[in-house]
Design a binder for this molecule. Structure first.
Ligand SMILES: Cc1cc2nc3c(=O)[nH]c(=O)nc-3n(C[C@H](O)[C@H](O)[C@H](O)COP(=O)(O)OP(=O)(O)OC[C@H]3O[C@@H](n4cnc5c(N)ncnc54)[C@H](O)[C@@H]3O)c2cc1C
Length: 317
């Protein structure tokens, strides 16, 4: 049966949600998804990946530290060994790191950050936002093996049954090895993966103005704080929170833009969010053109009321 090889990222044996979504997109085609995992605790992902639709699991052994070129070589070898017709990864930092390398090894054209993925009549069809998100390109690949990354928060996680058949293969090793990663000191959700993102802009006046954004995000419980470039450039927020063309691309269930004008470069990073709420005191702000719900008014009056309302709903559930 035609198969799709999906690279799965995991944290100490727990697969990342973005990878499970990618596996879900592969499963939805009706083809056979093969998950490839590497690094310490890779084998511990087996149950979770079987439950998310994987029919086979390739565990790469001997790769205790992440090697971009080594992992790409392991993926390309597994694609060839299993005769897979496609390689998929989530469009995360690691997925981006691997896509070009794997595509190079397989002589394939890489398709990054896709938002739709299907298979019919022997051909894969994908969609990708282009021109800073202003248009959607529908693309097909003539390469022997399709290589693509899929945007997080865009595809559903599948539910599988049975246990995936597990095989192990020794890593080929690479020339570059990441010897350490400095983890953030907090356990905050990343804007790319959070189901709710509350983003703030220059309308919050100063760094301390973000307190009302943080309070609303905390009230949701599953929300990350995002930011426009203007406030990141001003040093109010870290770059890791920046949403937009030169920041992160997000597609949460709910995106709340607070005091953000809606410049094209900001919209490029959030316009595929499922529901967009804009809060801005200027009724003519461009953000309202992409918003599903708009509130014209002062963020410093609206956000505390919204936070109280969210807390009240949570308390009553
Ligand atoms: C090459 C390039 C790349 C870029 N990349 C990015 C990017 O990745 N991400 C990004 O965000 N930008 C990016 N920008 C910058 C972008 O063009 C805008 O300058 C930026 O997004 C504006 O940020 P802002 O909306 O916070 O500020 P502003 O445009 O100043 O808007 C502030 C908004 O707050 C509103 N406001 C003021 N007070 C209140 C209040 N009390 N209550 C409610 N609303 C209020 C105002 O009406 C206004 O609409 C890029 C620009 C360039 C040239």
């Amino acid at each position: 049966m035609t198969s799709i090889l999906v690279f799965v990222e995991h944290v100490r044996g727990t697969p990342r949600r973005a990878s499970l979504e990618t596996l879900g997109a592969a499963t939805a085609t009706g083809l056979a998804p093969i998950a490839l995992v590497t690094g310490p605790d890779a084998a511990n992902t087996a149950a979770a990946l079987s439950a998310a639709g994987a029919k086979k699991l390739v565990v790469v052994t001997g790769a205790d530290k992440y090697s971009p070129d080594g992992t790409a070589a392991d993926i390309a070898a597994a694609v060839t060994a299993h005769g897979a017709k496609a390689f998929l990864a989530a469009a995360t930092s690691t997925g981006k790191d691997l896509l070009g390398r794997v595509a190079g090894l397989l002589d394939s054209a890489p398709l990054a950050d896709c938002t739709a993925f299907s298979f019919a009549g022997g051909t894969f069809t994908l969609q990708r936002p282009i021109l800073a998100g202003k248009a959607i390109a529908t693309v097909q690949s003539k390469s022997a093996v399709l290589c693509a990354t899929l945007r997080p928060n865009t595809f559903a996680v599948a539910s599988g049954s049975g246990a995936a058949e597990v095989s192990t293969v020794a890593t080929k090793g690479g020339k570059v090895v990441v010897i350490g990663v400095a983890a953030k000191g907090d356990a905050k959700l990343d804007v790319k993966e959070a189901p709710v993102v509350v983003s703030g802009g220059r309308g919050l006046r100063e760094a301390a103005g973000f307190k009302i954004v943080e309070d609303l995000a905390a009230a949701f419980g599953n929300a990350a704080v995002g930011a426009s470039r203007a406030v990141v450039d001003s040093g109010w927020r870290p770059h890791g929170e920046q949403v937009g063309q030169t920041g992160k691309t997000v597609a949460p269930q709910l995106y709340i833009a607070v005091g953000i004008s809606g410049a094209i470069q900001h919209l490029a990073g959030m316009r595929t969010s499922k529901v967009i709420v804009a809060i801005n005191k200027d009724a003519a702000a461009p953000i309202f053109k992409v918003a599903d719900y708009g509130i014209v008014g002062d963020a410093f009056e609206i956000l505390p009321a919204l936070t109280a309302a969210v807390k009240a709903v949570k308390a009553s559930n």
